[in-house]
Design a protein around this ligand. Structure first.
Ligand code: 7TS
Length: 410
């Protein structure tokens, strides 16, 4: 085992606390991950030593901040195996990145009659920006269905039927935040390319959990958030193929994104600066690069295996030991996100009672309302695992659910 795994939990000070008199079991990683001390230190060090605005000053602190900010872009490009740092745009997160593509690429390239293809398992962040784009342009939305039943897999037999030449954008999630399904992203990107559509991969739930190589995926755009990958909140990135970024108009106007401004018109800077108007989120970008180092020290393949092992184990234990439970998503080859329905107990009651036991879960529609309706549910309870979770914590989860079930059985 990589020695970095030995004392992993000690890297996350927040885990070492009691909640409602019990040792905290944090199983809400799909919502946001915890941060290792090195990421917290990167934020503190930046503000204690280097804080200055980037790209504008030639004094020492400004140069240090600029260097660290641009080094983070290089780090991000390497993390995703992008061709060059200029293919990385820093954003506020996945939602912001998708809105950027929908506005900058979508408004320029879409017209009435075109189709935007999504899947039935998208997070609202990967639906609503496209709905808005469709309203602006007259394009129409279409969905690749999820197979009937509870495995949550995409129905790939329908792919040729929905991916017709009118499709201009195929945007899909790499990993479902509700079902734990890992979609065959490279296959879907290749299929999009074949009909001349651009592919947009929502990597919010995958980027911190498995190796991602944008060249192997063959995607045109990839959107991600820092806070789900051990990085800070409020920061994320958009990978975009260079030729596409260059051809796109800016999304927001302001300082830093121009090469020349006149009173009545302006010229834009080249990509990626063109898409980073105003003072960027400097400290969080720098700390995000530190999070990437942390993940690579552990090994992203090893993280993926760890997540899968825990999730398969938890899935089997819950399915076998909680009578009547309805498990969603596949039993195997899955991510660390497990959703379930305890018949007769509302998900909010499950989560409230679990919190009394020190177990942090999430209950609700998980920003997947149409998918929930398709499954005939209004909400699910969700446990989501990450690199610091242990089998002993699954023990606590099972015992907690048994207690909740007993309580509601009267
Ligand atoms: N896409 C997916 C697949 C997500 O899971 C999320 C957030 C987003 C996009 C949006 O990311 P943001 O960082 O821009 O907000 N998912 C969740 C979740 O499952 N619970 O809380 C947030």
């Amino acid at each position: 085992m990589n020695p970095a795994w030995q004392n992993l939990r000690a890297d996350f000070p927040i885990l070492n606390q009691q909640v409602n008199g019990q040792a905290l079991v944090y199983l809400d990683n799909a919502a946001t991950s915890q941060k290792p001390q090195c990421v917290i230190d990167a934020l503190v060090n930046y503000y204690q030593r280097d804080n200055a605005n980037v790209h504008r000053g030639i004094h020492t602190l400004s140069m240090r901040a600029t260097f660290a900010y641009e080094a983070a872009r290089e780090r991000s490009a390497k993390f995703l195996n992008a061709t060059e740092p200029g293919e990385i745009v820093f954003t506020a997160g996945t939602t912001d990145s998708i809105n950027l593509v929908a506005n900058a690429w979508g408004d320029k390239n879409l017209k009435a009659g075109d189709i935007i293809l999504l899947t039935e398992m998208e997070h609202h962040s990967n639906m609503v920006p496209w709905q808005l784009l469709a309203q602006r342009t007259g394009a129409k939305l279409r969905y690749l269905p999820v197979v009937a039943g509870d495995t949550g897999l995409l129905d790939l037999t329908q792919l040729d039927q929905v991916l017709t030449p009118e499709v201009k954008i195929f945007a899909f999630t790499h990993v479902s935040n509700t079902l734990g399904v890992i979609n065959p992203a490279a296959t879907l990107c290749a299929a999009a390319k074949k009909v001349g559509a651009i592919s947009v991969v929502d990597a919010a739930q995958s980027i911190g959990h498995m190796p991602i190589d944008v060249r192997v995926l063959g995607c045109d755009f990839l959107a991600a958030s820092g806070h789900k990958m051990c990085g800070p909140t409020g920061v994320g990135l958009l990978y975009g193929r260079k030729a596409l970024l260059e051809a796109m108009p800016p999304y927001r106007g302001g300082g830093s994104m121009i090469s020349n401004v006149e009173y009545f018109e302006s010229k834009w800077a080249a990509a990626p600066q063109k898409f980073e108007a105003g003072t960027p989120n400097i400290a969080d970008v720098i700390a995000l690069a530190r999070a990437m180092d942390y993940l690579d020290d552990l090994g992203r393949e090893a993280i993926a295996q760890h997540d899968e092992k825990l999730a398969e184990h938890a899935y089997a234990r819950l399915a076998n030991e909680i009578p009547g439970i309805r498990m969603l998503g596949p039993a195997h080859h899955r991510s660390g996100v497990i959703s379930f329905d305890l018949p007769g107990v509302h998900a909010h009651d499950v989560v409230t009672m679990a919190d009394q036991e020190g177990v942090a879960l999430r209950g609700g529609h998980h920003c997947n309302q149409p998918l929930m309706r398709k499954l005939g549910l209004s909400s699910t309870s969700r446990a989501s695992f990450y690199l610091y979770n242990t089998e002993a914590e699954i023990e606590r989860l099972v015992a907690t659910l048994q207690k909740i079930q007993k309580f509601f059985a009267g």
